[in-house]
Design a protein around this ligand. Structure first.
Ligand code: GLU
Length: 450
């Protein structure tokens, strides 16, 4: 039996019920096979067994009071997966779907993503099954304070530095930071994604979306193509989707879709970004509000989606940017994309395509940018925020944006060259996983059995 299956069998026995984690682990383990077969060092050092085991997993109770003074209980998580390359780094996700397996898959992906940036960042992730939908601002604040009341003892600007993810934006980071400061009496860069007035970095908000588009442009350029004039499908309407749409417009492309948990919009004239920002960033409303102002746009509710598929992927376009959540793009969707003429898929979300969908992209020779490379701009800019905090300086928008562009270009080049080194130039799944793995594994070996 191959080391891939042996490792997965062992994980399933010791950590049952963590399907998303097995999915993420299988992809990495299969991708690195050519390296493992070529270089016995990694097997001799038992690196795979060490790598799939988190250094530390925290699970804690979060007790808070709602507006009716009822006591509510949620689960809080933080996984400190790997610190070979730097302090644990990765976002917090507040969503009812969060469980130990989801946090583990996200933490695992984060290790390689962070390694690809070339910056000193270890891998971590956290969150809660708390559902922020419909909660008042005061409830959000009390929840964040309760969550941080436990987590603060495990954080530090050189230990573990969380940021946002689904359900955690600037507002939540503010409440989390305030509570951290109250409990520790220390004003340090222990969270990223902070407000620009008190330690945040310009471009951090935009970075994941902008980065995904920069990555796509590099990828397309390597095939003598560009985004200019391309019709693009985008899923999601959170931070990643909004700033993907913004950068697509800036590069001359036409984004025509977006979605939320209840449905999606198709607007063939192009998504009205100002309205979308107003609905999602200001009103925190539903996409149904979009068609009230644009009756020529189409709204499709989730109940009208194809079975085992997502409606946004079934419109004609040349590029697709999955920017919502894991496994939102299935084999059925991948077939529709390919049939409808899509030549590029670039992932702003974490693991949005199923394994079967990825196989179809690779078979069809699509320009496919896996999430751990394409969405690394967010965490990379978090590191730029940490650097600014540590030196008590603030860089201009242009300075940070230039650095982000260079980081995305370097990630593309590294992934592309690594894929070519192993004779599969077009396979960035292989390229990103081997490049990320090699950097982490070498550091672990050099640091000894710890
Ligand atoms: N949640 C983001 C990610 O998936 C950002 C993490 C960070 O900035 O630490 O990479």
């Amino acid at each position: 039996m191959s080391y891939v299956q042996t490792t997965l069998d062992r994980l399933q026995a010791s950590s049952p019920g963590q399907n998303e984690f097995y999915q993420a682990a299988r992809e990495v383990l299969e991708s690195i096979r050519p390296l493992i077969e070529k270089d016995p060092l990694y097997s001799d050092q038992n690196i795979i067994e060490r790598l799939v085991e988190p250094e530390r997993q925290l699970l804690f109770r979060v007790t808070w009071q709602d507006d009716q003074n009822r006591i509510q209980v949620n689960k809080g998580f933080r996984i400190q997966f790997n610190s070979a390359l730097g302090p644990y780094k990765g976002g917090l996700r507040f969503h009812p779907s969060v469980n130990a397996g989801i946090i583990k898959f996200l933490g695992f992906e984060q290790i390689f993503k962070n390694a690809l940036t070339g910056l000193p960042l270890g891998g971590g992730k956290g969150g809660s099954d708390f559902n922020p939908k419909g909660r008042s601002d005061a409830e959000i604040m009390r929840f964040c304070q309760a969550y941080m009341s436990e987590l603060y003892r495990h954080l530090g600007s050189t230990t573990d530095v969380p940021a946002g993810d689904i359900g955690v934006g600037a507002r939540e980071i503010g409440y989390l930071f305030g509570q951290y400061k109250r409990l520790t009496a220390s004003y340090e860069g222990v969270l990223t994604g902070k407000n620009i007035n008190w330690g945040g970095s310009l471009v951090r908000k935009e970075a994941t979306g902008y980065g995904a588009v920069y990555f796509a442009e590099n990828l397309l350029n390597s095939r003598n193509e560009s985004l200019d004039g391309k019709t693009c499908l985008v899923s999601g309407s959170g931070n990643v989707a909004l700033y993907t749409i913004e950068k697509l417009y800036q590069l001359g492309a036409l984004p025509v879709t977006c979605s939320d948990s209840r449905g999606c919009i198709y607007h063939d004239r192009g998504i009205d970004l100002a309205l979308l920002k107003e609905i999602k960033e200001v009103r925190r409303g539903s996409l149904e509000e979009y068609i009230q102002q644009h009756p020529d746009a189409r709204y499709l509710a989730v109940k009208d989606y194809p079975q085992r598929g997502h409606a946004v992927w079934h419109f004609p376009a040349q590029a697709a940017f999955p920017s919502a959540t894991q496994n939102e793009l299935t084999a059925l969707d991948a077939k529709a994309l390919i049939q409808n003429g899509v030549i590029c898929v670039c992932e702003g979300a974490n693991m949005p395509s199923t394994a079967a969908a990825i196989d179809l992209f690779l078979e069809a020779g699509l320009a496919y940018g896996p999430g751990k490379a394409a969405n690394a701009g967010g965490v990379a800019t978090s590191q730029l925020e940490m650097a600014q905090n540590a030196s008590m300086t603030q860089w201009s928008f242009d300075e940070v944006d230039q650095r982000l562009q260079k980081i995305m270009r370097d990630i593309f080049t590294l992934s592309h060259q690594t894929a070519a080194e192993f004779g599969q130039e077009k396979n960035l799944v292989l390229g990103t996983n081997i490049a990320g793995f090699r950097r982490v594994a070498n550091a672990m070996i050099q640091q000894g059995a710890v």
